[in-house]
Ligand binder design. Structure first.
Ligand SMILES: Cc1cc2nc3c(=O)[nH]c(=O)nc-3n(C[C@H](O)[C@H](O)[C@H](O)COP(=O)(O)O)c2cc1C
Length: 163
């Protein structure tokens, strides 16, 4: 399959944007911006997220065995781009992102539309991406916040789409 066509086709499917976060062994916030997120099962309550095997966050999420999926609000392009960086540039950028440690022990991004805290339930291989299935342990939704919508490389505000 032609890579450009693959990206064009899949990029035409609108999604939201999440940041998947966990604490590393030293207690530092780690994570990556990910649109490859989906609902999976109601009973048990499962969701899935797909980090590239080349992601530096992937081994941390795996090792931590617990992670948070932060569903971003339309005004959260800052966290969106910060967690899409790598290495030292990411460390510097995410220092500006306000995060609160939950009782469950994951970093929750302040102002997210919703957060889902997961224990790692199962993992599968999906070509060049891992498929991490998380069991929902805690969840929170803030109806007052408007979700970010992502399509064809652009971000939009869900609130502008409803009327
Ligand atoms: C809107 C958006 C969606 C993304 N979705 C994914 C995704 O689903 N899976 C993935 O592995 N990377 C995704 N990325 C890219 C990662 O965020 C990026 O490669 C990041 O640098 C990985 O950081 P890490 O290596 O520190 O984990 C996305 C980036 C953006 C901006």
């Amino acid at each position: 399959m032609n890579e450009d066509l693959y990206k064009q086709v899949l990029g035409s499917f609108p999604s939201g944007v999440t940041v998947v976060t966990a604490y590393d062994d030293d207690g530092a916030v780690t994570g990556l911006t990910a649109s490859a997120f989906s609902a999976l099962s109601m009973d048990p309550a499962l969701v899935l997220v797909c980090p590239n095997y080349s992601s530096d966050s992937y081994p941390v999420l795996r090792e931590a065995s617990r992670f948070a999926i932060n569903i971003l609000a339309a005004d959260q392009t800052g966290p969106c781009f910060a967690f899409a960086k790598k290495g030292e540039a990411k460390t510097a950028a995410i220092a500006d992102v306000a995060v609160t440690r939950s009782e469950f022990g994951t970093p929750l991004i302040d102002g997210a539309v919703a957060t889902i805290e997961c224990s790692l339930w199962k993992e599968y291989e999906g070509g060049d991406h891992a498929i991490l299935i998380g069991k929902m342990e805690q969840a929170n939704v803030n109806e007052a916040r408007s979700p970010m919508v992502y399509c064809r490389g652009k971000m939009a505000d869900w609130a502008t789409l409803t009327d």
